[in-house]
Design a protein around this ligand. Structure first.
Ligand code: 5AD
Ligand code: SF4
Length: 476
């Protein structure tokens, strides 16, 4: 759906509980409940934290009432996202009091981008919190938890440490619950140097950092050995990737994709999120030449008027974006596009908003995420003149979303009668039903044997509903 949501340069995911670390870890294990807000990078981080805690003897639980450690992995991208943390902490405080009544302790950790942005302020507003830990310090989590266990309280760890957290986290080991997982995220790049004037990411996630190629290939291999068939390379600006290659040179994302494509058993690759200015020639060519790279690209354009794009510090014009889309579609004619759009950026006039609608009509998106501009403390746009009144933002968002929803359902209907490869991921709610993903990330429901799980099958699409497609596997 085209909708607002917590999204930090990556697509929104609903809050999820991270996969469990090994339950067999120890007889007297402690339990951890992890709640993840925001984007896929937070989902990835939660998995890595869950694995690190699993190695330290924690097992996961879906119910915070059972947990001796509750960890919120938070999102700061818009005000609503950040406020959710405090209402969640209110609920956790009540649980902590109930548990204390039966002699059980509860440790409370706030991680993620709210932790990074607000630091000690969180403990001031919510004294129930024992530890605030920023996204660059997750490798220190087990040691910090040990300090809390020995009686320390109110710890705040939000420096950008010298060492690289990825080098200090345990190797990927999918938790048993996640072991049937056929898709996984892999953080290739983190942070952002673009400083769009509306965005907190450069402050919360820090400067751009690309992980070395060899590390990523190694992690990808481990995931594929454990049954993963589709990898999504993550980064706030993943197409600015320039990690150290085995030859000592900086490799582009296209080269990394080429190296990952060689892994036997890996069927599909995706990447997100991309900045239009970093769509290099070799990456565009990869869309033509790498069969494992899915024909689906998330490419935010934010606004249709050049004056607004300049005020946003996007450093591209609407015409640049259109020209890029043209080149991508020439390289890969069946490429479907998804995007992010902001309405009501400071100073946006009616005519400028119309330019955004015109751009959407011209490009035609398979999917899109649209948001009302939300002033974020410390960002340049928050103190710009002519903030747009809330009702105007709301009205613009509604009009934009109506157009985007029309395009999204037209795209889905356009697949009816066609055959597309579907990767089957899990059993459906009805017996005998499986759910998979089209190349365009739509859910596809079929009646088929479990043997198809983890496999890609050509599937004829029979019908398109509001949130999913129904199809039938073609005889192989
Ligand atoms: N207000 C509204 N939307 C925002 N985004 C980022 N910062 C803000 C903000 N302050 C949106 C952008 C970005 C997506 C991840 O979230 O569209 O691409
Ligand atoms: Fe934020 Fe802009 Fe960086 Fe994307 S490119 S993370 S919107 S600053």
């Amino acid at each position: 759906m085209s909708s607002g949501g917590e999204n930090i340069g990556l697509l929104e995911k609903p809050p999820v509980d991270a996969p469990a670390p090994a339950p067999e870890a120890s007889a007297r294990t402690r339990r951890v409940h992890i709640k993840t807000f925001g984007c896929q990078m937070n989902v990835y981080d939660s998995e890595r934290m869950s694995e690190a805690l699993g190695a330290g003897g924690y097992t996961a639980t879906d119910t915070p009432e059972d947990a001796s450690l509750v960890l919120l992995n938070t999102c700061h991208i818009r005000e609503k996202a950040a406020e959710k943390v405090y209402s969640e902490l209110g609920r956790i405080r009540a649980i902590k009091i109930r548990r204390a009544g039966i002699g059980q302790e509860t440790m409370v950790v706030v991680a993620g981008c709210v932790a990074q942005a607000e630091g000690a302020e969180i403990i001031r507003r919510a004294p129930v919190v024992d530890l605030v830990i920023g996204p660059q310090s997750y490798h220190r989590l087990p040691a910090l938890i040990a300090r809390i266990q020995s009686g320390e309280r109110g710890l705040v760890e939000t420096e950008f440490p010298e060492e690289d957290k990825f080098e200090h986290l345990p190797e990927r080991q999918l938790a048993p619950r996640a072991r049937r997982q056929t898709t996984a995220f892999l953080t290739a790049q983190e942070g952002c140097d673009k400083f769009c004037t509306f965005c907190v990411v450069p402050y919360t996630r820090g400067a751009e950092l690309s992980r070395p190629v060899a590390r990523l290939v190694e992690e990808a291999r481990r995931l594929v050995d454990q049954g993963v068939r589709e990898l999504t390379l993550l980064g706030q600006n993943v197409n600015a990737y320039h990690g150290a290659g085995p030859d000592g040179n900086a490799w582009s994302l296209a080269r990394l994709i080429g190296a990952l494509s060689e892994i036997d058993g890996l069927e599909r690759l995706r990447y997100m999120t991309s900045h239009p200015r970093d769509m290099s020639d070799d990456l565009i060519a990869a869309h033509a030449n790498e069969p494992k790279l899915m024909p689906y690209l998330h490419l935010p354009f934010q606004a249709g008027a050049d004056r607004i794009l300049a005020a946003m510090n996007r450093k591209h014009t609407a015409a640049d974006y259109m020209a890029l889309v043209g080149r991508l579609r020439r390289a890969r004619p069946d490429l479907a596009l998804s995007t992010d759009i902001i309405v009501g950026f400071p100073g946006e006039t009616d005519a400028e908003f119309e330019a955004t609608l015109a751009m959407v009509r011209e490009v035609v998106f398979a999917q899109a995420y649209s948001f009302k501009y939300s002033p974020r403390p410390g960002t340049p746009a928050a103190s710009m003149d002519r903030q747009v009144p809330e009702p105007v933002k709301a009205e613009r968002l509604q009009r934009l979303q109506a157009l985007l929803e029309e395009q999204q359902s037209a795209f889905a209907r356009g697949l009816v009668g066609r055959t597309v490869p579907v990767l089957f991921e899990k059993a459906g709610r009805k017996p005998g039903q499986l759910i998979g993903r089209s190349p365009y990330l739509q859910s596809v429901h079929v009646e088929a044997a479990d043997a198809w799980l983890g496999r890609v099958a050509d599937t004829a699409i029979l019908s398109a509903g509001p949130n999913s497609l129904a199809g039938v596997i073609k005889a192989q």
